[in-house]
Design a protein around this ligand. Structure first.
Ligand code: UD1
Length: 282
């Protein structure tokens, strides 16, 4: 059913006519820069939309939910490895929308113990389905690193702009915890299973590999798997970017009996397969 999360009537009908046991809530806008320009749009979609959903869930007595949150809720810290107890102080609008929804769900849980809630904080999801059929095709210029590299390799963009090479990291570029979307997706299934079968729970879990990779490491890996050269130009730092952060994912690994196993090589291979099969400039 194609609908808009801001539309209460559609949500009402869905819960009325379908037999729904649990919800995995992915419906949100996710571009950090765009959120700064259009905060009302972001709060309306991400916060108001979520409230609509929770309201209809409550009316339908569906009280099991996995929420797609983000490591962005942590904001800036002096350490690079973030566990779930790292204080949350998001520094942008997008992060605040995720943080607000997390808190709404915590309050709902406090008021009614029948809710089961999994709050999943993603680090940097990348890659595509291994079939090459499902992938990410940003409508405009990609905001994120891997889709940009991939479009350069496909001949759709001339070169990559590296946002700063003077960070205090191994090679001066930003380091991130990239996680393959298929590892991410399996963590959702496991979370759903866990919260469906352990009543009266609320979990907050980091989803990442626990390792960070630099921009140059990602470029080199992509060049290797695609056989294409990725021309680049170093430009100024992007405002708001951090030098390095990665997940302490040990809580999710233990609780879900799960690990993000797919390597950066597989992330690049799957991204490239999808790019080549779908959007490629010969
Ligand atoms: C971004 C979002 C974050 C979101 C995540 C989802 C920002 C500030 N943060 O994280 O909220 O949860 O995506 O995947 O947008 N880089 C370049 N050139 C580019 C693009 C990126 O050099 O064209 C560098 C960045 O400076 C950074 C690294 O690549 O060091 C990763 O950037 P990106 O993919 O945008 O992810 P984040 O900024 O970590």
């Amino acid at each position: 059913i194609k609908g808009d999360i801001r539309d209460r009537d559609i949500l009402k009908k869905i819960f009325k006519y379908q037999s729904i046991k649990s919800v995995i809530h992915f419906a949100g806008l996710k571009a950090v820069g765009e959120a700064e320009k259009f905060p009302i749009k972001y709060y309306e979609n991400n916060v108001l939309g979520s409230l609509n959903l929770f309201h209809e869930m409550e009316l339908a007595e569906v009280k099991t939910i996995v929420f797609s949150s983000s490591a962005t809720v942590y904001g800036k810290h002096t350490k690079n490895k973030y566990d779930e107890d790292t204080p949350t102080r998001p520094i942008n609008v997008y992060g605040r929308t995720k943080h607000i929804v997390e808190n709404i769900l915590r309050d709902i849980k406090k008021s009614d113990d029948n809710w089961s809630i999994g709050l999943l904080r993603y680090f940097n999801p990348v890659g595509a389905h291994a079939s090459g059929i499902i992938g990410e095709n940003p409508k405009e210029k990609p905001n994120n690193l891997l889709p940009y590299i991939s479009q350069v390799a496909a001949g759709l963009r001339e070169k990559l702009f590296i946002f700063g090479n003077d960070y205090p990291t191994s090679d001066g570029t930003g380091r991130r915890d990239y996680i393959h979307i298929e590892d991410l997706s399996s963590a959702h299934i496991k979370t759903l299973y866990l919260i469906q079968n352990t009543k009266n729970k609320l979990f907050t879990l980091n989803l990442g590999t626990g390792k960070s990779h630099s921009v140059f490491e990602m470029i080199n890996q992509f060049e290797e798997v695609s056989g294409k050269e990725i021309p680049f130009q170093v430009v100024d730092r992007r405002p708001g970017d951090l030098a390095e952060f990665y997940a302490d994912a040990s809580k999710a690994e233990k609780l879900l009996d799960w690990k993000a196993n797919r390597s950066v090589k597989e992330m690049c291979e799957d991204t490239w397969r999808w790019q080549k099969n779908n959007f490629f400039n010969k």
